[in-house]
Design a binder for this molecule. Structure first.
Ligand code: F6P
Length: 537
């Protein structure tokens, strides 16, 4: 089936339909239906999802849902939730949903119920988090831990950083959190700048425990600590590991009693609610962490059980596909109007692009149609004073996700009104623009009119919620996870491997010894050879 997407009846129907509605404006769609702003809305789980400002009709949605049905989305959702090995290239189940399954549920992998394992780790994490938060856990010299440095990269960094920033309001403020990911030594140097080794805990987060960046930073951290504390035995009270690889953790010198495990059925970019979330749990406390997990779980259940026409992640995934494959949109902007979500777009970049950036379908043949879009964004209103110009008047079509909250966690007079007014106004401006006639009416001279025209017809979704809580964050993340899966299923690709990151890693390992050893003959292309020589100096 994988390769027949473009032959499927619904796809053909969408092609015809696209020809009919590509030039219809949002102005006329709204003018022709007074209820549109209510009709294309899902209000569930505390999320008001308005997708009326999309270039769709009821017919578009029917066809997209037919496409999802023809591609077997319902069965594929069940396959994922029930632990089938849908990550076929790595022969693995994909069960991030088990990480937030309530105690007592049963999810079998290879004849084993994994839910008790999940809860055992959560309890161990809670015990540890509480001992750091209360000051009971002491460093090597008997001092209380005040600084937590998470060392990880990709999914072992982006989730923890994003969640820490998003939920900082709920964090225990006498603890300092820093995050090291880059192999650039400056990242490590700045992360430990001003920290007392005696009061610092390093969390080494790596699913594989072999990643070059993380292991290099972890070794540097150990050296930094040992130089200051002058004893090898200090490692035990200042290092913990989050990993699936007990052997490598132990080889590094971390006592496996200080290791928090997870499993091969948790993808790196789907792991922020596994043991990888230890820094989040230390920051916000186990109760808040559980509220976040509950939010994830509620969205899982929504995705699993809600008919597609009211299913938030399914609709999101379908709309994304509509723009990517029919309108040729190459990017998708994510614009949170909440400063705490400043790292959310960066987090989504890995989630979406590492998942759906694939050129072949499950059977190994070229897709032949566009898959994953480039995700990017910045918080509003900052972005408005930077790149919004291109979204409003540029030549590319960039669908936008606006994310906002009715209540600010820091309700300073006027700020929230101004913030939300701006978010709402942006969606309105993008959709309806300002015509030449309207511009002229303002007395603008003819020559200037084209410069002041906003074509409009630029699509956006708005996600409106009451306030940013751990529970809502869980729902938002799960919502995007499942939208990604929806698209992956329809495109017939594997959203759960990441072979595309390997080649660069392999070539870097070859180049490392060539950088200083002038005896080594360089056998790359002429450009690469010259770059290596330039570095050699
Ligand atoms: O290089 C990509 C990647 O494999 C990501 O998928 C992953 O999140 C990241 O590296 C880090 O991997 P690990 O947690 O094993 O260190």
């Amino acid at each position: 089936m994988e390769n027949r997407l473009v032959e499927s009846p619904a796809w053909k129907g969408l092609e015809l339909h696209f020809g009919e509605i590509r030039d219809i404006s949002l102005r006329s769609l709204f003018a022709g239906d007074a209820e549109r702003g209510e009709r294309f809305v899902v209000n569930d789980l505390g999320i008001y999802f308005d997708y009326s400002k999309h270039r769709i009709t009821a017919e578009t949605l029917n066809l997209l849902i037919r496409l999802a049905d023809e591609r077997g989305l319902g069965e594929k959702i069940n396959a994922m939730f029930s632990g089938e090995k849908i990550n076929i290239t790595e022969n693995r189940a994909v069960l991030h949903t088990a990480l937030r399954a309530p105690k007592g549920s049963c999810i079998m992998v290879d004849g084993h119920n994994v839910v008790p394992d999940v809860h055992e780790v959560l309890e161990k994490m809670a015990g540890f988090a509480n001992s750091i938060r209360s000051g009971e856990w002491k460093g090597f010299t008997g001092k209380t831990i005040r600084n937590i440095v998470n060392i990880g990269i990709g999914g072992s960094d982006l989730g923890p950083v994003m969640a820490y920033e998003a939920l900082k309001f709920y964090a225990q403020r006498n603890l300092t959190f820093r995050f090291v990911s880059n192999i650039d030594g400056s990242d490590f140097a700045e992360a430990v700048y001003g920290l007392e080794a005696e009061e610092t805990l390093f969390i080494v987060a790596s699913k594989t425990f072999t990643t070059l960046e993380t292991m290099t930073n972890a070794r540097t951290a150990r050296k930094w600590l040992l130089e200051k504390l002058q004893s090898d035995t200090a490692v035990a009270s200042h290092f913990v590991a989050l990993s699936t690889n007990e052997k490598e953790v132990s080889a590094f010198g971390i006592d496996t009693r200080n290791m928090f495990g997870f499993w091969d059925w948790v993808g790196g970019r789907y792991s922020m609610d596994s043991a990888i979330g230890l820094s989040t749990m230390i920051a916000i406390g186990p109760d808040n962490f559980c509220r976040m997990l509950d939010g994830f779980h509620q969205m899982d259940e929504h995705f699993r059980t809600t008919p597609f026409e009211r299913n938030i992640p399914v609709i999101m995934g379908l709309l994304g596909l509509w723009y990517i494959d029919f309108f040729g949109a190459a990017t998708q902007a994510v614009l949170p109007y909440d400063n705490y979500l400043k790292r959310f777009p960066a987090y989504l970049q890995q989630l979406t692009m590492e998942s759906n950036g694939k050129h072949v379908t499950l059977d190994g043949t070229p897709a032949g149609y566009q898959t994953g879009a480039v995700y990017w964004g910045e918080p509003g209103t900052n972005g408005q004073h930077s790149f919004y110009q291109l979204i409003h008047q540029g030549t590319s079509l960039i669908p936008c996700d606006f994310i906002g909250f009715r209540t600010s966690l820091n309700p300073l007079p006027l700020h929230q009104d101004y913030l939300m007014a701006n978010m709402i106004a942006q969606g309105e401006a993008l959709a309806f623009g300002r015509s030449a006639g309207e511009v002229k009416k303002e007395g603008v001279p003819d020559w200037l009119v084209p410069h002041k025209v906003f074509e409009g017809n630029r699509p956006s979704s708005t996600f409106f919620m009451d306030r940013l809580t751990p529970e809502i964050l869980g729902k938002l993340v799960a919502m995007y996870e499942h939208a990604v899966y929806t698209q992956g299923v329809i495109w017939g690709i594997n959203p759960f491997d990441q072979m595309g990151v390997e080649l660069g890693k392999v070539l870097a390992m070859k180049i490392i010894p060539e950088l200083h050893d002038r005896q080594k003959t360089l056998e790359h292309d002429s450009s690469t050879n010259r770059l290596i020589r330039y570095y050699r100096g």
